[in-house]
Design a protein around this ligand. Structure first.
Ligand SMILES: Nc1nc2c(ncn2[C@@H]2O[C@H](COP(=O)(O)OP(=O)(O)OP(=O)(O)O)[C@@H](O)[C@H]2O)c(=O)[nH]1
Length: 918
């Protein structure tokens, strides 16, 4: 082993030496050449010897490829010339010997086989793996092996080193190696000195591939290949060369080791060893290098093609699902579906829609279109796109939070009174009244806990909040007057609460009244599913008198009890989230919003997004007007620092940074504008005219701004009543406050939207912007005036009424079939006249069987413009040839008649707009 190790280490040194000893090698060139000649003869000799042959066969059987090497045993003879058949015979024993050695050493040279493999059939030709064959003989069978690439490859394989040497050229190699058997490679390497074969091989490697390679430090193949033709060829093209190249090492190495035999034989052993391991390795290595080279290239190409194909398929694949907003441009849809816009346009034309790639189609159309490609469309909404991720509770301990209560009930049953009574009863004297703020909600302290009341009684507010996704009510207190009993709105309230799955507590009010009959209320409610606990149900009934402040504590206790059952808890540590209760403009403080915190803790300085507006909490106030530093769950607070007025029910969320808040706010505003413009179907100044011509419904978009919410609402309702089936009035935005930039931008986006300011004026900036954007701002201070003007504007927008007017009657008396033209009706004008530009209704037995235009009108053979009554004419009908004798043609013309709005059927016939406005 030690020796082996030593040997294995030597190669490099040897190789170096080889280089150094170039000259000697050169000097031996001639010899080599001679040898080469000899070698060429070898084949014959080899052939002559019957022994080698069998060996080969044996190997073939065993290893298939390794056969060749067998011949190399010849190396025994120091001289190349000795590589004869006789040598071959001797090689067997040598191999035997080597087995042991080589097994130890060999691992490193599987390449030997490579050479063999390559030359498998060549051996014979290149006897003695002789030199020539390898490198030289271009024609050598081993040619293929030779490829420079292979050589390189061989080189690369460190083990190729050994193997290569040996392996490659069975014949070639050996020859290369020193051809000489051992000396060959190694010696050559070493100085190859002595043996020309080996040495030369190595050096001469120069001239001969084999030699060279061997000599060469690297795969020989390469080096040899490179410089000298011989080498090159050998290396390159033929296996021989290649092997040699590869083998070099082996050869060289072994030689280097000085074991002549070793070197030479090395290759052989492969076979004999059966090379078991080594051989196998070599074999594999060979395959890898030889065939694999091409195979690899082929594989690579194929993989590349497959990859490209996959990429192409992938690129062209129509996704199974896509997400779109509620409208999408054809080009955008095409992009999302990996299709050409023209293809979609074609499909849309097939659906009867003439659109260009930049025009938008609605989500329904897009869905139908996509379904033709098995693609599902998901409609993404405003908030889906601009969602602020909630902070998860994680391991944070959830703490109790106060219940949020809404008071509902029939008109005049005492809702407000009850709220006030509870509030006043639980607020320190003197605090209630002047100082206390009305912020839409308040919290009362009881000895057993806090309760938050929404200060907007009635189920309308409750439902409105719900409709906006603000289901913040935990408990509903249903106020029922004991003297009045269950009334329609009581039932509505019950239904709303049940629908929202919010528990109900019944407050039977006005028990102070003599006519009060609580039992009757209980009975009536029992019939509605609210069975009192006293009667075995689970609904809490509390008799109270809001007027006399009786039973209020019991009511609060009942609420807290119910809250306990509900186990209301919240995370107090995360970023605050809540809902906007209301917002308003406060002179001196700007926009203020009341919010109820649902989870987390809100602090002064927090950045947030409320609805579509962002802001930074400048100050927090509670329902008593006291300034706070923070607000916790279920607390209603008023905050300052908004950039716009959010709507009641809008979500309120604190963001990580102010930048994020601004980004989300801007995105939401953009999407809101997008949605608003989407709502206004086909209403832009550009397509307004086309829309009218296409007879589509017109819409007038209006933005209403007023001094107080009340007048805004009144104006909104009055204007909306102006909608008819022909013209729809769409109030796209209505709120209290001055007309600002945002309003103008919204109107500008809608093209034909106007702004109505009621008792308000535009800000200077908005006025400028409106001039730039050519947005019409109309200012009124009387609702009636506003309504009247809008009504007139809508009349102006009405398309003319088109009416059919019969201008003549014609009788068909003969039908002449004209080839390529169709049927011509030989007719007689009974009354009026018929014009070439007329349309006709074909009436048969009282039924209109066809309506259409004329294709021709003739008197005898002349085309005429019109034919008056009492004359005959020939009439051709456009796209209709089923005309029959006896048919009557009703000659018609379409006449435009200006209409007034009142001609149109009001959508709401019951409420005349003017009256309502007044
Ligand atoms: N006697 C008596 N009168 C009451 C009581 N509670 C309310 N009222 C009276 O009933 C009337 C209506 O009370 P509100 O609190 O305004 O009733 P509401 O349900 O808020 O009425 P709307 O806001 O119109 O729906 C008022 O005149 C109250 O003074 C009560 O407990 N006893």
């Amino acid at each position: 082993m030690a020796e082996d190790l030593e040997n294995t280490q030597k190669p490099k040194v040897i190789l170096n030496k080889q280089r150094k000893s170039d000259s000697p090698a050169d000097s031996s060139d001639q010899t080599e050449k001679k040898k080469v000649v000899v070698v060429k003869k070898k084949p014959a000799a080899a052939a002559a010897s019957s022994q080698p042959a069998p060996v080969q066969e044996e190997h073939v059987e065993r290893k298939k490829v390794h056969v060749v090497p067998v011949h190399h045993p010849a190396p025994e003879t120091p001289q190349a010339s000795s590589v004869s058949s006789g040598d071959a015979v001797q090689s067997a024993p040598v191999q035997e010997k080597r087995k042991a050695t080589s097994i130890e050493l060999s691992p490193p040279r599987p390449n030997v086989k490579v050479g063999n493999l390559a030359d498998r059939t060549k051996p014979a030709q290149r006897p003695g793996g002789s030199y020539p064959p390898r490198g030289g003989s271009p024609s050598g069978p081993g040619r293929d092996n030779f490829s420079g690439a292979q050589a390189r490859e061989g080189a690369r394989d460190s083990f190729g080193y050994n193997g290569q040497g040996g392996a490659p050229r069975s014949g070639g190699y050996q020859g290369g190696q020193g051809g000489a058997p051992r000396s060959g490679g190694y010696q050559g390497g070493q100085g190859g000195a002595p043996r020309s074969g080996g040495y030369q091989g190595g050096q001469g490697g120069a001239p001969r591939p084999g030699g060279y390679q061997g000599g060469a430090p690297r795969p020989g193949g390469y080096q040899g290949g490179a410089p000298r033709p011989g080498g090159y060829q050998g290396g390159a093209p033929r296996p021989g060369g290649y092997q040699g190249g590869q083998g070099r090492p082996g050869g060289g190495y072994q030689g280097g080791q000085g074991r002549p035999g070793g070197s030479g034989p090395a290759p052989l052993p492969l076979d004999s060893r059966g090379g078991a391991g080594a051989t196998k390795k070599g074999f594999k290595g060979k395959k890898a290098t030889q065939y694999s080279r091409r195979n690899k290239e082929d594989d690579f190409e194929q993989k590349l093609i497959l990859q490209k194909k996959k990429a192409l398929d992938k690129a062209n694949a129509i996704p199974k699902e896509i997400e779109i907003m509620e409208t999408i441009s054809v080009s955008e849809l095409a992009r999302k579906m990996n299709l050409k816009a023209s293809e979609l346009i074609g499909k849309l034309m097939g659906m009867g829609m003439m659109v260009t790639m930049n025009q938008s189609i609605d989500a329904d159309t897009a869905t139908i279109l996509a379904s033709e490609y098995d693609c599902t469309v998901h409609i993404v909404s405003l908030y889906d796109e601009t969602v602020i991720e909630s902070e998860s509770d994680g391991s944070v301990e959830l703490l109790h939070r106060p219940p949020v209560v809404t008071i509902m009930g029939h008109v005049d049953h005492g809702k407000t009174k009850t709220l006030d009574a509870i509030r006043s009863a639980n607020v320190a004297a003197g605090e209630f009244g002047g100082i206390t703020q009305h912020i839409g909600a308040y919290t009362v302290e009881t000895g057993k806990g806090k309760v938050t009341f929404l200060d907007t009684p009635g189920h309308e507010a409750f439902t409105m909040m719900r409709a906006r996704g603000a289901e913040i009510t935990d408990i509903v207190v249903l106020v029922v007057a004991a003297d009045d009993g269950v009334m329609p709105q009581t039932i509505e309230a019950i239904n709303h609460a049940k629908d929202a799955k919010v528990p109900i507590i019944v407050a039977v009010n006005k028990i102070d009244k003599p006519e009060a009959n609580p039992d009757k209320v209980m009975t009536q409610l029992s019939e509605r599913g609210l069975i009192p606990e006293a009667w075995g149900g689970d609904t809490i009934f509390v008799p109270i008198s809001a007027l006399q402040k009786v039973g209020l504590d019991t009511l609060l206790d009942a609420i807290l009890l119910q809250a306990e059952v509900l186990e209301l808890t919240a995370n107090y540590e995360c970023r605050a989230e809540g809902k906007v209760i209301e917002s308003r403009i406060d002179h001196g403080r700007g926009i203020v919003a009341t919010i109820i915190v649902e989870r987390g803790t809100l602090r002064t300085g927090d950045s947030y997004v409320a609805g579509v507006f962002s802001g930074r909490v400048r100050a927090i106030f509670n329902d008593r007007g006291e300034k706070l530093e923070e607000a916790t769950p279920s607390m209603p607070v008023e905050i300052l620092g908004l950039e716009g007025m959010p709507n009641a029910g809008d979500p309120f969320q604190v963001t990580e940074t102010e930048r994020i808040a601004r980004q989300i706010s801007s995105k939401r505003q953009e999407l809101k504008r997008f949605e608003n413009s989407r709502n206004i179907k086909k209403v832009t100044l550009d397509n307004l005219y086309d829309t009218i011509n296409q007879g589509e419904i017109l819409e007038l978009k209006v933005i209403i701004k007023g001094d107080v919410q009340g007048s805004v609402e009144a104006l909104k309702q009055s204007l909306e009543k102006l909608s008819t089936r022909d013209v729809r009035l769409n109030v796209i935005h209505a709120s209290a406050g001055a007309i600002n930039d945002s309003d103008v931008m919204l109107a500008a986006a809608d093209s034909n939207a106007i702004i109505i300011g009621f008792n308000v004026r535009p800000t200077p900036q908005a006025k400028l912007l409106a001039e730039q954007e050519k947005v019409d701002i109309r200012k009124y201070n009387i609702i009636y005036k506003a309504v009247e003007e809008i009504e007139q504007a809508m009349e102006g927008m009405l398309k003319p009424d088109i009416k059919e007017e019969v201008i003549g009657t014609v009788e068909v008396r003969d039908v002449i079939k004209v080839p390529k033209i169709g049927a011509i009706a030989g007719s007689y004008v009974l009354q009026g006249l018929i014009k070439r530009s007329s349309s006709v209704n074909v009436i048969r037995e009282g039924i209109v069987v066809h309506s259409g235009k004329l294709s021709s009108l003739r008197r005898f053979k002349d085309d005429v413009k019109e034919v008056a009554s009492g004359f005959e004419c020939g009439i051709g009908l456009d796209n209709y040839s089923d005309i029959k004798v006896g048919d009557q043609l009703e000659v018609i013309e379409y006449v435009e008649v200006a209409r007034k709005l009142k001609d149109s059927e009001k959508l709401d016939k019951s409420v005349p707009s003017k009256e309502k406005a007044e």
